[in-house]
Design a protein around this ligand. Structure first.
Ligand code: G
Ligand code: G
Ligand code: MN
Ligand code: NA
Length: 256
């Protein structure tokens, strides 16, 4: 398989980079964090979407080294921004994880090393997990995540509402925030049912003392509506697209 060969080479040749999408506090438009999103610039084919290569990387086990790279890179980048800009001391970076990484026994060490080598505070790291990763959650996984949460690492449930939404893991796991999936947010003002789902997810989060992060905010009207619902945070094209690191850095210098 050509894509598989290319992917293996890409890891060795370091053809990957990270873009950073700001996460805003909706009430005051403060930037509170950045979601790190992996990008692949293929030497012949140009940019390839993660939607095309992450599943393949997961299938062939490459997501383990690739994910470790993304985690280290994101932590180091944040450390650099924080040292340049002391006012950004509480800024965090949010990293997407795959199931295969959680299953890897060495992943705990990967997290510890990313924190130690970059020197960022554990509270400046957010890990994004999907519902399916928590669904077959063993006691061992509960212990692992509890350990991270005790250290201050933020745990967020990504794409909430699109997977196997089980309410039991919301109290089994030390969840810090829920990310309301963009498929609900982007049509909520046209479709009453989507709107009710968004409202219910945000309400559920608040009832449980969890913070809500809306994804895929593409208009001011959506932003205003989410503010009305007291949704704490949000990301989306109407606030900022994912940015290459130099553009994100510029934004930080202007913002803080
Ligand atoms: O920006 P967007 O097209 O970049 O991202 C597409 C998908 O790829 C999203 O579901 C996102 O969670 C996933 N993704 C982006 N970066 C990473 C990463 O470093 N690790 C994993 N596991 N998924 C990622
Ligand atoms: O699965 P996850 O939530 O990690 O995926 C994030 C994806 O959403 C990335 O591909 C990112 O580029 C994309 N994204 C971020 N903001 C918007 C937006 O406002 N609209 C759309 N359509 N996609 C967005
Ligand atoms: Mn995400
Ligand atoms: Na998502």
């Amino acid at each position: 398989h050509q894509l598989e060969k290319d992917l293996r080479r890409a890891v060795e040749q370091q053809e990957f980079s990270l873009d950073y999408q700001p996460i805003f506090a909706l009430a005051n438009r403060e930037i509170c964090g950045f979601e790190a999103l992996i990008r692949w610039s293929h030497p012949q084919r140009g940019r390839i979407s993660p939607e095309a290569f992450i599943p393949m990387a997961e299938e062939i086990g490459l997501i383990v080294p690739l994910g470790a790279w993304a985690l280290q890179q994101a932590c180091q980048q944040l450390a650099q921004w924080q040292s340049q800009c002391p006012a950004a001391a509480s800024l965090y970076v949010s990293v997407n994880l795959s199931m295969a990484q959680l299953r890897e026994a060495s992943f705990m060490t990967t997290i510890d090393q990313a924190l130690a080598q970059s020197g960022i505070l554990p509270s400046c790291l957010q890990l994004e997990l999907t519902e399916s990763m928590l669904m077959d959650g063993s006691e061992a996984l509960v212990t692992l995540l509890q350990g991270w949460a005790d250290d201050g690492i933020r745990l967020s449930i990504d794409d909430f509402g699109t997977g196997y939404s089980s309410l039991s893991y919301l109290h089994r796991f030390p969840v810090h925030s829920i990310k309301v999936d963009q498929s609900f947010v982007n049509s909520m003002l046209q479709q009453r049912e989507k709107r009710k789902i968004v409202e219910t997810i945000i309400h559920l989060a608040h009832q449980l003392g969890i913070e809500a992060i809306a994804e895929g905010i593409e208009s001011v009207a959506q932003l205003d509506y989410l503010k009305l619902l007291n949704c704490e945070k949000g990301q989306g094209y109407s606030l900022s697209k994912p940015l290459p690191s130099d553009a994100a850095e510029l934004l930080i210098t202007e913002h803080f």
